[in-house]
Design a protein around this ligand. Structure first.
Ligand SMILES: [Zn+2]
Length: 114
């Protein structure tokens, strides 16, 4: 299960950061998850809660921001919103579209309790 291994990585990462900051507890974590990342936010929250047990991240609020897709046409350079990984450029009709946004997975912020 992809979400579970990811949840464990997040817990490890934030626990390390909390420790480095001299904090006892992580209270909130904000993540940016692209809509093409293949991750389900609900599953990720569920796995996170399980993975965080008995760690400084236990009980932390996990906030997930879904990032919309953005494509860039390699033919004409036009940028536009995309809702699938196979999109047609609305300007020139080309299919050589690079997805420049929507696949990310990023830790945006971390709130710790000292
Ligand atoms: Zn184009």
């Amino acid at each position: 299960m992809h979400e579970m291994s990811l949840a464990i990585s997040i817990v490890e990462l934030v626990s390390e950061k909390a420790q480095a900051a001299g904090a006892q507890k992580v209270t909130a974590i904000e993540l940016e998850v692209g809509r093409f990342s293949g991750l389900m936010a609900e599953a990720l929250v569920f796995c996170f809660e399980a993975a965080a047990r008995n760690t400084p991240a236990e009980g932390a609020e996990l906030v997930i921001y879904e990032i919309d897709g953005l494509g860039n046409c390699l033919g004409c350079g036009h940028s536009f919103a995309v809702d699938s990984l196979l999109s047609q450029c609305p300007k020139c009709g080309g299919y050589a579209v690079e997805t420049v946004q929507g696949k990310e997975l990023k830790l945006v912020s971390l709130t710790v309790d000292e």
